[in-house]
Design a protein around this ligand. Structure first.
Ligand code: HEM
Length: 494
């Protein structure tokens, strides 16, 4: 060892040779050190696992573990069939693996979902990849714990909860009517998925937050979203690099909007009571309860949380309606009956929405079979005892929607499309497209209104046909129809 050191000392007298020696040295030492530390860690882990009973399963290759199998299955939208299910059969509902460098326990079943999701902050905390945190912002609600999380949810909840819905309904109706007039009228063929993305974006910005959508904004946001799950490599040309640049553009734009709105509110030009979420957040800022960064980060997060999820749910609902004409007939009946009691051009009310019971069953059954979010990661903040196993502190834990949605134990004939199954109750935490516990989706009610109101106006105004009835779904990492779900449309002459 000392001879290697002295060799390097001699060579470093010439700067050029010094660099070469340095690289050669590290080239030799690095693999050695990596092997020693890997073996040491593996030995430590084996001792730990012998003492405590960690769940069964395989950790795959050194460091990368089973990451490739996980991503390959995910990309083909076969995470359940190719990754989760074979391991459940082999090891049981709770099994260990290693994904993206972290030892991870995957839990399946309603009891496991309940245990994990309701113990947020006590046993686990949410665990997002570094790229997501950097792009969404470290001050968004997804990064907050305990009291701060409760406070921010309270503010966001006043606009997104049941009480905030009444004024949202007419705004959403106007948005949908405007969208159809601008993007559907006069067209023969459109991409349904693209259309729902444009609509969802303007609903979050204009109806919820109260910010005007300027040309080009959607593209910049989509560039940010593209990097949210990519490796956090800040090299020119990477997805993450592009996303980070887009995030900076958004930040600049939002800071301007926030400061202008703050001036308006402080100058008495605009009262908080415009009911918009941005005004509520800014009032919190004026009172010193919320920082400017918290406002910006949460605006970005809300767009991220709503965007691909709602658009996919709407698009797949239409796909299911096209594939199940009997269900479509019942949905149409529901909406024609509601329209019949309205004057021409009269908006829907919250009471009308409550009458869309069957449509909501169709949407929920769609999200059961095609969950927009397959599950999410948590990190154990203490050793967790579950079902006779120990999930060691620091390990990741993944709950999945598939673990219950595709399980005969909770849903009879689980792979068949049967919206009427929602006539009956089901075990808690079995139907979890919106998650559960303290981090249950904050935008559940908005997503529901978005889906129902869009279905209402489309089915009462248009006939449509899928151009690729067997279009596949790609996941990257959220699911989307591979060709954007092109449809042929014809206005109804009613
Ligand atoms: C069909 C559409 C949607 C689906 C399927 C969905 C699903 C989910 C899920 C599964 C979670 C929990 C994630 C976890 O446990 O880590 C979540 C959280 C969240 N969602 Fe949604 N979401 C949808 C639409 C929306 C919309 C429209 C908004 C708001 C504009 C929204 C805002 C949020 C927020 C803020 C959180 C984080 C809550 C927290 O950390 O306390 N979501 N969503």
């Amino acid at each position: 060892m000392s001879s290697i050191f002295s060799l390097s000392m001699n060579l470093t007298s010439s700067p050029m040779l010094g660099d070469i020696a340095y690289f050669i040295l590290w080239g030799m030492l690095f693999p050695l050190l990596a092997m020693v530390s890997f073996n040491f860690l593996r030995h430590k882990q084996c001792c730990y696992e012998e003492k405590r009973k960690v769940p069964p399963g395989e950790m795959g290759f050194p460091l990368i573990g089973e990451t490739m199998e996980f991503f390959n299955a995910q990309r083909r939208n076969q995470l359940f069939e190719k990754f989760v299910h074979p391991r459940v059969v082999k090891h049981g509902k709770v099994f260990k693996t290693r994904i993206m460098g972290s030892p991870t326990v995957i839990v399946n079943g309603a009891e496991a979902n309940k245990f994990l999701l309701s113990n947020e902050f006590k046993l686990v905390k949410s665990s997002w990849p570094s790229s997501s945190v950097q792009l969404m912002g470290s001050d968004s609600i997804m990064e907050k714990d305990g009291e701060r999380h409760r406070f921010l949810r309270g503010v966001i909840g006043t606009s997104l909860g049941y009480v905030g819905l009444e004024p949202l309904v007419p705004r959403l109706c106007n948005s949908v009517i405007f969208h159809l007039a601008k993007h559907w009228q006069g067209q023969e063929k459109i991409s349904l998925y693209r259309s729902t993305k444009v609509l969802t974006f303007s609903i979050v910005f204009e109806c919820l937050l109260g910010i005007n959508v300027e040309p080009g904004m959607l593209d910049i946001f989509e560039r940010v979203l593209e990097g949210v799950f990519s490796p956090a490599i800040m090299c020119p040309g990477t997805k993450f690099w592009r996303a980070k640049k887009a995030r900076m553009e958004i930040e600049k734009m939002l800071v301007k909007v926030v400061r202008e709105k703050r001036k308006e509110i402080e100058g008495g030009l605009q009262r908080e009571q415009d009911g918009m979420l941005l005004s509520k957040l800014i009032c919190g800022m004026i009172q010193g309860e919320i920082s400017e960064k918290e406002v910006i980060d949460n605006v970005v997060l809300l767009v991220f949380a709503a965007h691909d999820t709602t658009s996919f749910a709407v698009a797949m609902t239409f796909k299911m309606l096209a594939k199940h004409p009997d269900c479509y007939g019942k949905v149409l009946q529901e909406h024609v009956a509601i329209r019949r009691n309205k004057r021409w051009g009269e908006n829907l009310t919250l009471e009308d929405i409550k009458k869309m019971k069957y449509t909501w069953q169709v949407a929920r059954e769609t999200m059961r079979l095609f969950p927009p979010i397959f599950g999410s990661f948590r990190k154990a903040i203490t050793d967790i005892e579950y079902e006779g196993f120990t999930i060691p502190k620091g390990w990741k834990v993944l709950w999945t929607t598939y673990g219950t949605h595709f399980n005969e134990e909770y849903f009879k004939d689980p792979m068949s499309f049967n919206p009427s199954r929602f006539d009956e109750g089901m075990p808690q935490y079995a139907f979890v497209p919106f998650g559960g516990g303290p981090r249950v989706c904050a935008g559940y009610q908005l997503a529901k209104l978005n889906i129902l109101i869009f279905v209402h106006y489309v089915v009462t105004q248009y006939e449509w046909f899928l151009l690729h009835p067997d279009e596949s779904i790609t996941m990257d990492p959220l699911p989307f129809p591979s060709f954007g779900m092109p449809i042929k449309i014809f206005p109804k002459h009613t």
